[in-house]
Design a protein. Structure first.
Length: 91
């Protein structure tokens, strides 16, 4: 009987160790993915800002007007996306 209990205890300890390692590794993976998403977002913002700056420096009224339209579309898209995420969080 004692051997059976000892075996159950060892298996239980091993399973706890595996679970702990999995949780730690999972946290690190999620953290890495989160940082990668932030980096991608920052790079996209940088490219967009550079595009706007290039359009403003061109002094081409047509190009500047096109940029204004694109920025207005972008603002509206961001508003809709934020509303969608808020609605998803409230569920």
């Amino acid at each position: 009987m004692k051997k059976w209990l000892k075996a159950v205890l060892i298996v239980s300890l091993l399973m706890n160790a595996v679970l702990t390692i999995t949780i730690i590794a999972g946290r690190e993976y999620v953290k890495q993915i989160g940082f990668e998403l932030v980096i991608m977002n920052l790079e996209a913002d940088m490219m967009k800002n550079q595009m706007v700056l290039d359009a403003l420096e061109s002094n081409d009224p047509e190009r500047i007007e096109t940029m204004k339209k694109l920025l207005n579309i972008g603002v509206e898209n961001c508003k809709r996306a934020a509303a969608s995420f808020r609605a998803a969080l409230e569920k």
